[in-house]
Design a protein around this ligand. Sequence first.
Ligand code: HAM
Length: 431
Amino acid sequence: MAIQSLKGMRDILPNESGLFNHIEECARRVFAVYGFREIVTPILEETALFKKSIGESTDIVQKEMYAFHDRGGRDICLRPEGTAAVVRAAMQHGLVEENNITKLFYTGPMFRAERPQAGRLRQFYQIGAEAFGSGDPLLDAEIIALNHHILLEFGIEGAHLKINSLGTGDDKERFRKILREKLSGKKKELCEVCQQRFEVNVLRVLDCKNAVCGKVLKAEMIRIDFLSKESVSHFKKVEGYLSSLDISFAEDPYLVRGLDYYTHTVFEFTSDSLGAQDAVSAGGRYDNLFGAMGSRESVGACGFAMGVDRLMMILRPGPERNPEARGDPRPDVFIAALGERAKNRAFYLQSSLRMKKISVSMDFFDKPLKKQLKTANKAGALTTCIIGENEIESKRILLKIMRTEKQLEIAPDDFAETVVKIVNEERGFCV
Ligand code: HAM
């Protein structure tokens, strides 16, 4: 059998790439309004970067990294996420300034060797944003509002926002301790995975999807008070800011997220249009990450990332609603040429129109005129130009406007200018 793509890695085909680009362009427009600038980091990083940031005991680091030794014996990996790399770059290049918020966004592929299923890939695409330099709850709210705004820009109105607070590093530690105590007598009732999580990363038991674990937790958790007064106040302020923007949310005490770097606010937008993997985007505050990566200054930071593949699943039925997202641009002009001389002429005209930003295609198969016109129709060409011996002899070129079926005879000298004018008018009728 011919070689296939790797399991969990997909090709984004030409009929999908329009939507893929449309998603990125929409996000870019919103980022600009919020003052975010793009950063592009390498796909390969030192494995230690993600161990230090995401956490040694997380599923990502323990089981899902594409890590290997390169020819120089360096321990490197394909990035599983963007946050750690952006923080690394900000520290390396001194992008964090006092009394200023550094706002960065990124797009690109991430890699996690998870078990593939609908909406869960091993190479997937994220659009993410990170803001550094403030511990103020306003920043948490601004990041959530930005994420919300981008989803609205895509036309996704039914996403649900879940939020929770993990508090400071100390609060989290207290929470771990309390949870361990509460669950210690019930450990055997937990699923196999959670029995391990109980040992290495007890907070992750909270977001187990297994119904049995859910039951144990419901009975034990209710709402454990582990947050300090300051953390509660921080969280209430975030909620207040969101309410002032009319962004609805639900508190979810079980939301802990699969990456260890979070402190205070964590959030997730989910969509009913997705299956089990229903998170469209997620993020939160991570005030201790710079410190964990060796920064002497503590830097308040917050961000999110959206899953582009999942957005594509939600938006797929609606590309008609987004004409830019169609991904199969109609040619402005199709040139039907008959005979070698005409083909030569057509090739020249095609090139001169393309120089004027007019999209043109022509026949490569010496088909009879009828078949060439059929091809033009099928491609949805806005205009068709016919060149045969007659047209060459009479020095007139025939142009047909497909929408109105009107035909014009154009002198070669006026050709490019006339076509540009007509095509611009016809584009206005396209939806
Ligand atoms: P994350 O929750 O791991 O967070 O990923 C963010 C989003 O990426 C998810 O909500 C989902 O849409 C998408 N995603 C994650 N894994 C997969 C996968 N295997 N296949 C398809 N899509 C996937 C982060 O990555 C954090 N860096 C977000 C962040 C930024 N927090 C602060 N700043």
